[in-house]
Design a protein around this ligand. Sequence first.
Ligand SMILES: [Zn+2]
Length: 189
Amino acid sequence: MKKRMIRAYEYLVKLVAGNDEYFQKHEKEYVKNFKKDLAYAVPDNKRGRKIGYRDIAARCPYKIHERKKVGRASTRGLADVQSGRIYLKKDLPEYDKIETLLHEWAHVVHAEYCDSFHSMTGFQREVIAGAVAFVVGKCLNLSFCFAPFYVWLYIPPQYKKEYLNFDYIKQDVFKVADIILRQLEGRKV
Ligand SMILES: [Zn+2]
């Protein structure tokens, strides 16, 4: 298991478990204003160029469709796991778009590579996709502020503290994140 993934996951566990009160208090505003809350550390590649959405999208093995509107007005992206198609809202800010792409990409990989996907609830799938987006982002030196809140939101209230340490959640997050990192880095899956 790659150390960087474990470190990123531990950090997410801390953020989700440690901000219960904050997330609760700010739930409504957070959903409404999340775009304003985003602060990103933009990574450089070896040549010193900023890595952007285009670089990441170019590595995605699934077909990405950018649309003016995707589902409901607040929906940023959708994954059609049957066909492996990803739909993204066209006018998202750059790094919001990266986070959404990684999230939908996680859904597709989860469905394709993990049998467990098919017996999971929609909420469990959302926790996993949110956690994967966060972990992969961290491995690329991107800090996603919305993902920890999103993960927290989909965890049942009585399990907020320990949910991410359940083996069946953790295993899928690491498996899916590892596959996406391999796809991003052009390594064998
Ligand atoms: Zn999702």
